[in-house]
Write a protein that binds this ligand. Sequence first.
Ligand code: COA
Length: 155
Amino acid sequence: MVLITRGKEIVPEVLKDLVAFEREHGSGGFDKWLLPVFSNFGLLYVMREGGDLVGTAQLMRVWERPDAICVAGIAVRKDRRGEGLGTLLMSHILKDLKRDGFNEVRLTVSPENTAAMKIYCDKMGFKKRGMEKDFYGEGEDRLVLVKQLKEVTGE
Ligand SMILES: CC(C)(COP(=O)(O)OP(=O)(O)OC[C@H]1O[C@@H](n2cnc3c(N)ncnc32)[C@H](O)[C@@H]1OP(=O)(O)O)[C@@H](O)C(=O)NCCC(=O)NCCS
């Protein structure tokens, strides 16, 4: 059974595993310096199956829009991709955030990231807001996607 937890349920000891997970299965950007910041002042999600870490996500508030959240990162274990876990995690996050009272979710994605684009645009209904040129440095453009949480239904 897949279990998704977030926030204070993620004890500090788990952070070491998350750093290793991120290095192996994520973009690598969430390291031992950044993850504790997100854990304490942002929001972390952890997805486990049978005790194994299978996915994670990092969230932060949007400075100029207090009712908006940015999903800064999301990753699924390499050997568990394509099974619907990324979709499950994102859909769980959107429902949680709606329940929390937030109105909007923002994120950036490489337009070439087919799996992520499929989840965000095709399955979750994120809309394209524009392209941020050189977002992560020269040649690293990112598409900005936005989802209005009033469109999210179900428990
Ligand atoms: C993006 C990511 C989280 C998706 O997780 P996942 O568990 O594989 O996602 P899902 O299985 O729920 O859905 C992925 C969808 O993309 C499709 N897909 C995956 N790779 C694809 C490809 N190369 N071409 C076309 N479709 C692809 C899958 O078939 C699936 O669609 P389907 O359910 O209609 O078959 C995962 O690939 C990942 O961790 N990537 C590395 C980190 C990353 O890029 N994060 C996103 C940053 S914005």
